[in-house]
Write a protein that binds this ligand. Structure first.
Ligand code: GLY
Length: 371
């Protein structure tokens, strides 16, 4: 990387690999989510984050060829079959669950069984599409037929992948229709994003917005903004539609303008001062990956700015929030899962770890991930 002092990147990578060699024996083929007092919890099998640990194992295995990590990743993928077959339709996060696990395995090894898992997940997601409102329904909670959320942008990748694999354009068509709805109804003019938009499921008309994991409907949840940055950048990667790239940049600029001096955001950019002083490092690592994706599509001067900014974020995560000691299973401290529910506040969270490592690999020149 021209002009960049990147010694820290190699050191960070070494620390990650050493730590994963130790923690993988403790965690094994389970599904860590948030770490409390140094130990990762293990949620239900259908929990939306269950693809990130196998994803982390795969992207480290790919560089290091550590067979132990591969074994755990395969075991996780097999365990997830119970969730794949037990629940009808599951939820919109099937992309997050099966793309870093099964699809990544398929990309690495070409196993048909892994491809089938990815395609089943894509079909589940496609089945959640509301063709009048052009949105993907998020969850199956009672009364949530019209709910759709900004996070779904990241799950669209499994639809793009499914169209590439099968040659059937329907998956991609659904992804684009949802992304267009997100452009119109989720991303605000200033680049911030609503978390939940509620549509009338019969007419498709937008009814109202809900606060979700942000402070309030009209506030600005930092991770929602991160999903908008990276999700739109990836939709651009899959479609070449400039509107998605412009939207990703707009959200990126909003995010960066509102972070703290060390490049890490508070959990909600518009929460009142007394509520705002809670950090979310997961939003930072996800946004860094989005910036590095954007950097691939802009001219060299702009690309350098996006890359340097992403490097600043990742370096701050490494130096100020990295947990390189024996006491903590997570890699990056101070993530916030759900502040309104007071769950997982300022703790390591598995997707924060995953995107931090993906970001490091992007800085090292990799561009081929599960998305
Ligand atoms: N997808 C839910 C979250 O970002 O917490």
């Amino acid at each position: 990387m021209e002009g960049m002092n990147d010694a820290w990147i190699n050191q960070a990578w070494e620390d990650v690999v050493n730590k994963m060699n130790r923690t993988s024996d403790r965690i094994g083929a389970s599904f860590p989510h948030a770490s409390f007092n140094g130990t990762y919890d293990s949620p239900e099998l259908d929990w939306w984050t269950n693809g990130f640990w196998p994803g982390l194992l795969w992207i480290i295995y790919r560089e290091e060829r550590n067979e132990k990590l591969k074994r755990y990743a395969i075991e996780c993928e097999e365990k997830l079959d119970e969730a794949l077959h037990q629940f009808v339709g599951l939820h919109h996060d099937v992309g997050f669950m099966w793309q870093p696990s099964a699809v990544m395995n398929y990309k690495l090894h070409g196993h048909e069984r892994s491809k089938t898992r990815g395609l089943i997940a894509a079909n589940m997601l496609a089945g959640r599409f509301n063709s009048v409102g052009n949105y993907i329904r998020s969850w199956d909670l009672e009364g949530s037929e019209g709910w759709s959320i900004i996070d779904t942008l990241m799950n669209l990748n499994i639809l793009y992948w499914a169209s590439n694999e099968t040659g059937d354009p329907r998956y991609k068509q659904i992804a684009e229709k949802h992304a267009n709805t997100a452009l119109e109804h989720f991303v605000r003019d200033d680049g911030s994003a609503y978390h939940i938009v509620n549509f009338d499921p019969y007419t498709g008309k937008r009814k109202n917005t809900l606060g979700g994991q942000g402070y309030a409907p009209e506030s600005s949840w930092a991770r929602g903004c991160a999903w908008a940055v990276y999700g739109m950048a990836l939709s651009y990667m899959h479609t070449g539609d400039e509107r998605y790239l412009d939207s990703a940049k707009k959200s990126a600029h909003y995010f960066l303008f509102h972070t703290n001096e060390d490049f890490i955001p508070n959990w909600d950019f518009q929460a009142p001062l007394e509520e705002a002083q809670v950090l979310d490092t997961t939003a930072a690592s996800c946004t860094a990956c989005g910036l590095l994706e954007i950097a691939r599509y802009v001219d060299s001067i702009e690309a350098k700015r996006y890359r340097n900014t992403a490097a600043n974020i990742l370096r701050s995560l490494y130096e100020n929030y990295g947990a390189w000691d024996e006491e903590e299973e997570g890699l990056i401290k101070m993530g916030t899962a759900n502040k309104p529910k007071d769950f997982g506040v300022n703790v390591p969270i598995i997707y924060g770890d995953y995107f931090f490592v993906e970001g490091l690999l992007r800085l090292k020149g990799r561009t081929d991930f599960c998305w």
